[in-house]
Design a protein around this ligand. Structure first.
Ligand SMILES: Nc1nc2c(ncn2[C@@H]2O[C@H](COP(=O)(O)OP(=O)(O)OP(=O)(O)O)[C@@H](O)[C@H]2O)c(=O)[nH]1
Ligand SMILES: [Mg+2]
Length: 422
């Protein structure tokens, strides 16, 4: 069963929307860019954007987000154009939301609700659905009164008064129960995933996670190098659940994972709900940061992704920047060295993919050490462990011992350090 949406697609498909944003000092957000993105989000959710308003302010108005004058201007515009939904480019407080709905006499949706709605639309796996529901519940909780008022307004003959405090209190309890229930389920799943990852870590397999802004081409790259059939689409947030596949590459056996895309002003409810998915990122041996080099504002997007990586405390992991979609802008495949090496590719045409594989190998090589081990032939169990957890380069026999030259990282050597002779 699909997750219930906070905003009904059937209705929105025929709805026309107006977007409202603020230009704030020192926010680092370019409002025109941000609204262009909000426009794409609105289209992904199924509504049509008719116009937009931007107001320059020192800070959002505490009661109405935009100032009094702008509210009046917007109300006239809404009436004139027959707008039935207003979409605001930030998260509104419950008070701001209900005040604006009153002023405009139409539905007001904030950026968080819009993004949650798209997640609800795209969630297909059972874990994805739970994560989205958890994020929705976190959003609902402080807004119960507004939501009831909205229902009452829509329902025939119920009137426009909100529900009594008692009703809200009961709902709050039900939602809190549901939240702890979902959290328990997700914790279980996360435990199972953790076990699977620890199992993997006992082998020589390296896990690499792709991270990046939504629509940057992560799934396209996974499909190309691992032969998967993950859905690829020119829309925001197509992928919500992690897919992990073997990626054939020279001497390393690599597991490559695709993850949920990031966006500027990513709702905090989603970061929390998707923590289980993002743990994959936390435990990876290396990250590939996929960047859509054809987007005008790709540098701002890189900053937004780095911010989330900072929150996940993974910025010290080895990371390769992968500039994708070079075919769209006519750049030739190339590599750049540095603390964060960069590779330019096209996941659509396959240009630069060999360079990327080489760079991954060379980065992994840097973290490997070579040792010689001497093991009695009777200890077949130890020999097996070494074969599983390292790359054996040569094998010799001396009396009753086997001598292996092998390469592995420090963590793997721990398992057989007593046999190391050189
Ligand atoms: N021209 C061109 N288009 C690409 C390339 N890589 C991906 N695309 C297109 O970009 C769009 C997004 O690609 P996806 O692979 O779905 O992007 P994603 O990063 O997985 O996106 P989310 O799952 O939404 O986070 C699709 O329409 C792809 O066909 C490329 O190298 N060149
Ligand atoms: Mg994807």
């Amino acid at each position: 069963m699909p997750v219930q949406r906070l905003w009904d697609l059937e209705k929105t498909a025929t709805e026309s929307a107006v977007l409202i944003g603020l230009k704030l000092p020192r926010s680092g957000i370019v409002p025109e860019e941000s609204l262009a993105e909000l426009n794409r989000l609105t289209n992904t959710a199924g509504a049509k954007v008719v116009g937009q308003l931007i107001q320059q302010r020192q800070a959002p108005h505490p009661a109405t987000y935009i100032g009094k004058g702008k509210v009046k201007e917007a109300r006239d515009y809404i009436l004139r154009k027959g707008i039935n939904v207003v979409i605001v480019d930030d998260e509104l407080s419950p008070t701001q939301e209900s005040n604006l709905e009153e002023e405009f006499n139409c539905k007001v949706i904030d950026r968080t609700r819009l993004i949650l709605d798209i997640f609800a639309l795209h969630a297909s796996s059972s874990v994805g659905k739970l994560q989205v529901e958890l994020a929705q519940m976190g959003y609902y909780l402080p807004r119960l009164k507004n939501i009831w008022t909205e229902f009452s307004r829509l329902g025939a003959g119920i009137g426009t008064r909100g529900p009594g405090e008692k009703k809200i209190e009961i709902d709050r309890r039900i939602i809190n129960d549901r939240i702890s229930n979902i959290k328990k389920k997700l914790k279980n799943i996360s435990g199972q995933r953790h076990n699977r990852r620890s199992q993997r870590r006992k082998t020589f397999k390296k896990s690499i996670c792709m991270v990046g802004y939504t629509n940057s081409g992560k799934s396209t790259l996974l499909n190309l190098v691992a032969g998967t059939q993950v859905e690829v689409a020119d829309k925001l947030f197509s992928t919500l659940s992690t897919t992990t596949r073997n990626m054939g590459s020279g001497k390393y056996s690599i597991l490559l994972s695709d993850t949920v895309g990031f966006i500027k002003k990513l709702p905090h409810q989603l970061v929390e709900a998707f923590m289980a998915t993002l743990e994959e990122v936390k435990e990876a041996d290396m990250l590939l940061h996929i960047i859509d080099v054809s987007a005008d504002n790709y540098r701002h997007r890189v900053d937004a992704v780095n911010e989330v990586l900072g929150e996940l405390e993974v910025r010290d992991k080895p990371i390769i920047k992968v500039y994708n979609k070079i075919d769209k802008v006519g750049i030739k495949p190339k590599n750049k060295k540095g603390s964060e090496p960069a590779v330019y590719i096209s996941a659509s045409t396959g240009e630069g993919i060999d360079n990327l594989k080489k760079e991954i190998e060379s980065q992994l090589d840097k973290r490997m050490m070579k040792v010689v081990v001497r093991i009695p032939q009777s200890r077949q169990d130890v020999i097996n462990t070494i074969y599983k957890s390292s790359h054996v380069e040569s094998r010799e026999y001396e009396k009753n011992d086997v001598i292996l030259t092998c390469a592995a990282d420090k963590e793997q050597f721990e398992k057989f350090k007593e046999y190391i002779v050189k």
